[in-house]
Ligand binder design. Structure first.
Ligand SMILES: [Fe+2]
Ligand SMILES: [Fe+2]
Ligand SMILES: [Fe+2]
Length: 273
């Protein structure tokens, strides 16, 4: 049976196969042919990966509507279907012999779009979806949130991480469920923080605002799902909430938030201390 560790390994293989597709605009026919063969291999691995992954994640799309699991599963399914179609049409178009050589420039720009989409989906799966699906989880070392240099946001991040510390204590105490008020206060706090970041991004005309907002939306939907679980009388599994928050937040703060901070820095925004 495919495990989450197998799926993570497949993600690494996909990432390195994708990197092998980059080609210079003056590529020789031999180079173009090698890229074409790598493309055929890449397309096969993508198809196999989804075939392995779909059954592992199927339980998420069968969870009751409105739950955290269901919203993560539905979002992943939508994105993986559109990515599978994108990969299939990309390889159909570029894998006939001679196609890449004829127009390496267009190949390069189409590849850039595909690479960005694959990288995005892999990150989402690993930070938002897998934590809700995995069984047999072991605690990870507590990670301090990377500093952004914006005092109000750093204070928020530290506060959210201390809430995570509280959840960890519950799990370490071998309690298996989280109480609703704790999840509700986490959701409220995260919401305030997201609003604060979005206001800063709007005020500084950050070009990545929409993407960043989308990332927040997905986390909101999952946090709301946990809250709905509580309101509907379902048990909220402490390990699941902890896994999701740890993976999502550490990746979001280290990557998406840092990109926003780079913009604040380069635009000379007064938010950076
Ligand atoms: Fe995947
Ligand atoms: Fe943040
Ligand atoms: Fe953020």
């Amino acid at each position: 049976m495919t495990t989450i560790a197998d799926l993570r390994r497949e993600h690494q293989i996909l990432a390195s196969l994708m990197a092998s597709l980059s080609i210079s605009e003056q590529a020789s026919p031999k180079e173009a042919e090698r890229t074409r063969q790598n493309l055929v291999l890449f397309a096969r691995h993508v198809t196999e990966h989804f075939a392995h992954e779909d059954p592992v994640l199927a339980e998420l799309t069968m969870a009751p509507v409105g739950t955290a699991m269901r919203s993560a599963g539905d979002a992943r399914l939508r994105e993986s279907q559109s990515l599978a179609e994108g990969c299939a049409s990309f390889s159909r178009y570029w894998s006939p012999p001679g196609a890449i050589e004829r127009d390496p420039k267009s190949f390069g720009s189409a590849l850039g779009i595909l690479q960005a989409a694959v990288t995005r989906l892999i990150r989402r799966e690993e930070t938002e979806v897998y934590p809700l699906a995995v069984t047999g989880w072991a605690p990870q070392p507590v990670v301090a949130p990377p500093l952004t240099g914006v005092t109000e946001l750093d204070d928020d991040h530290v506060e959210i991480f201390s809430m995570i510390g509280g959840l960890r204590a519950i799990v370490d105490d071998r309690q298996s469920t989280v109480d609703g008020p704790r999840v509700a206060s986490l959701a409220v706090y995260a919401e305030r923080h997201f609003a604060r970041e979005e206001a800063i991004m709007e005020a500084t005309a950050y070009p990545g605002l929409e993407d960043h907002r989308q990332e927040h939306h997905r986390a909101r939907a999952i946090l709301m799902g946990f809250r709905n679980d509580y309101l509907d009388g379902r048990r909220i599994d402490a390990v699941t909430v902890l896994k999701f928050l740890e993976s999502w937040l550490s990746s979001h703060i280290a990557d998406v938030d840092q990109r926003m901070v780079a913009h604040l820095r380069s635009s000379g925004s007064g938010h950076i201390q």
